[in-house]
Design a binder for this molecule. Structure first.
Ligand code: TYM
Length: 329
């Protein structure tokens, strides 16, 4: 039997090249080596207020994008988290074995709670729901960007705690980071991670940005005061542009050095822009084609939920038995 891969993305804002290079590109690439489940995590999205009039469209659009990126619905299950109620059910059971201190230590929670005026309990529970997504399907491998590694460690800690407190129930999931592109930084500020929630015209490149806009954003990206690429002394901005180029083109470290050493920043940016545009152009065309038939996308999501439900129900049943909750037989 093939091992299982699982990952998730929130339907908030439109996905950017950080999401793509950190995770989504890998999803499509490794899907055939595994029994693959990819989730659109709408229950995670609502930990921060979402406009109800827009959320459903965003879910369908994100599903369309994942299909455009090459997720093959005949092979992989594309699942909307809230369509499979066992995600929330397991999350509660896991909440009950998770010490509060573990959650308060999460850096994403600390960062978000420092900036918001008032924070909902959902934000604290966020990583438990994420652990539930993973453990529900007994996933072996979880392809994510670098910002999720702490959440993955927590998922393993929760699994271990449950297994030792009750019965050996959960598979230990392994984090899979890409070799290049695990942490793409903002183009306007290379000290900050590229993020959907950061506003600012020059911060992120959305996968659906107009191709001319993409070019402009890259040409305006923050670099440093040196005129040309020096691999020994380069700052975070140049490093980020080179990572973007290497992650898109998959050239080796040596080839990257040969191609870019001594190149002026203007030429570096032109090359990066060309690589990004030529990768995104066909993706955007596929996206337009796929989303022209919303009923097709909706059907893929129905099928996805249907396909994974037996595995989800099986785990919840095991957890109930292990905890001594009431089961029918
Ligand atoms: P989300 O929606 O923030 O991001 C989706 C994926 O994109 C990666 N990513 C990045 N990678 C490189 N550079 C960046 N600047 C960058 N920004 C985002 C993220 O690491 C992620 O892999 N909590 C998760 C969603 C989730 C999940 C799960 C993931 C819910 N349940 C179960 C794995 C398994 C999140 O908010 O991702």
């Amino acid at each position: 039997m093939k091992k299982r891969v699982l990952s998730g993305i929130q339907p908030t804002g439109s996905p950017h090249i950080g999401n793509y290079l950190g995770a989504l590109k890998n999803w499509a690439k490794i899907q055939y080596d595994y029994d693959s489940i990819y989730c659109i995590v709408d229950l995670h999205a609502i930990t921060v207020y979402q406009d109800p009039a827009e959320l459903k469209s965003k879910i369908l659009e994100l599903a369309g994008m994942l299909l455009a990126l090459g997720i093959d619905p005949k092979h992989s299950s594309l699942v909307v988290q809230s369509m499979v109620p066992q995600h929330a059910e397991l999350a509660w059971m896991l909440t009950c074995v998770t010490p509060l201190g573990w959650l308060e230590r999460m850096t994403q929670f600390k960062a978000k709670s420092e900036t918001a005026d008032s924070i909902g309990d959902g934000l604290l529970q966020y990583p438990v729901l994420m652990a539930a997504d993973i453990l529900l399907y007994q996933a072996h491998v979880v392809p994510v960007g670098d910002d999720q590694t702490q959440h993955l460690e927590l998922a393993r800690d929760i699994a271990q705690r449950f297994n030792s407190l009750y019965a050996d129930t959960f598979t230990m999931p392994e984090t899979r980071l890409p070799t290049v592109g695990a942490r793409i930084m903002g183009l306007d500020d290379p000290e900050k991670k590229m993020s959907k929630s950061t506003t600012g015209a020059g911060h992120a490149i959305s996968l659906l940005d107009d191709l001319k806009v993409i070019q402009k954003k890259i040409m305006r990206a923050t670099t440093d005061s040196s005129p040309e690429v020096n691999f020994e002394t380069m700052g975070a901005g140049v490093k980020n542009l080179l990572s973007i180029y290497q992650a898109f083109t998959e050239v080796s470290d040596d080839a990257l050095r040969n191609e870019f050493s001594g190149l002026r920043y203007g030429d570096l940016k032109k090359k990066v822009a060309e690589a990004v545009v030529s990768a995104l152009e066909p993706i955007q065309a596929r996206y337009r084609e796929i989303t022209s038939d919303r009923s097709y996308v909706a059907k893929v999501l129905e099928n996805g939920a249907e396909r994974v439900t037996p595995a989800a129900a099986d785990t919840v049943e095991k957890v109930k038995r292990a905890m001594g909750l009431y089961t029918r037989n």
